[in-house]
Design a protein around this ligand. Structure first.
Ligand code: PEP
Length: 248
């Protein structure tokens, strides 16, 4: 079954990195999965040039919540990302939420266009997990996604949520596979019951947090997992290509 395999390069890259990365990737990729790469903004255009074989999609790691305001210095509009080949954007990654934007502000700018599919990131902290509050926190995070006011311009055709437990990001720790399936099902049910426009069949949930070429197959084969969002391991072209080539 076709899954989403997404690479979040975070704040990494250089022109040489991009060149070397795709040299290996194009020689070795043989995948039926939907591959998405999220480079830093400055390299989106260069990565877009490497899409000549069109065997991957491109995304931006964040959109500025006032990005469509043309008078805003330092903004990037959603049209600019689309113009540079992006068809996805991450919203509310745990490394972004709570810094320069609030989660809710980001959510309000969500669906500027159906040409830029949002991947909406949620996940609990270690303390939340310890206190047994994971489902409460995730429902709260999903409220903006399910708020009709988040869609002033377009009615979305689908929703993609990335479930990324904060304690699993970059730590080498992952939840038990059954726990991943349980939370993914919880997210699908919550969104289908609360979203103003979408049904369960329109909702995909990706898992993110310490995915690598050793654990990816088991995670991707788990119930209710529609794909993975990979940080650290996606920076190694060999490692990422291996995951892309998995036949699920
Ligand atoms: C991420 O930052 O989205 C992520 C999942 O990171 P890592 O794979 O390194 O845990």
């Amino acid at each position: 079954m076709k899954k989403i395999i997404a690479a979040n390069w975070k704040n990494n890259g250089s022109k040489k990195f991009v060149k070397d990365y795709f040299e290996y990737f194009f020689k070795n990729v043989d995948s039926n999965n939907e591959i998405i790469i999220f480079p830093p903004d400055l390299y989106i255009s260069q990565v877009n040039d490497y899409r000549r074989k069109k065997n991957f999609m491109l995304g931006s790691q964040n959109i500025n919540y006032v990005s469509d305001d043309e008078t805003f210095t330092s903004g990037h509009s959603s049209d600019m990302f689309i113009d540079n080949g992006c068809s996805y954007t991450l919203v509310g990654h745990s490394e972004v939420r709570g810094h320069d934007i609030t989660y809710s502000e980001a959510a309000k700018s969500l669906w500027a266009s159906n040409d830029l599919q949002v991947i909406f990131c949620v996940g609990e902290s270690a303390d939340t997990k310890k206190d047994g509050n994971t489902q409460n926190v995730i429902s709260k995070q999903l409220e903006d996604l399910c708020d009709k006011r988040s869609y002033p311009k377009v009615i979305p055709k689908k929703v993609i949520v990335a479930y990324e437990p904060v304690w699993a990001i970059g730590t080498g720790n992952i939840p038990k596979i059954d726990d991943i399936s349980f939370i993914h099902k919880f997210i699908k049910t919550y969104v289908s019951e609360n979203h103003p426009f979408l049904k369960e069949k329109d909702i995909m949930v990706l898992y993110g947090g310490s995915v690598n070429s050793i654990n990816a197959s088991e995670i991707l084969n788990a119930q209710y997992v529609d794909g993975v969002l990979i940080g650290g391991a996606s920076l190694d072209s060999k490692e990422f290509t291996k995951i892309c080539n998995l036949k699920i």
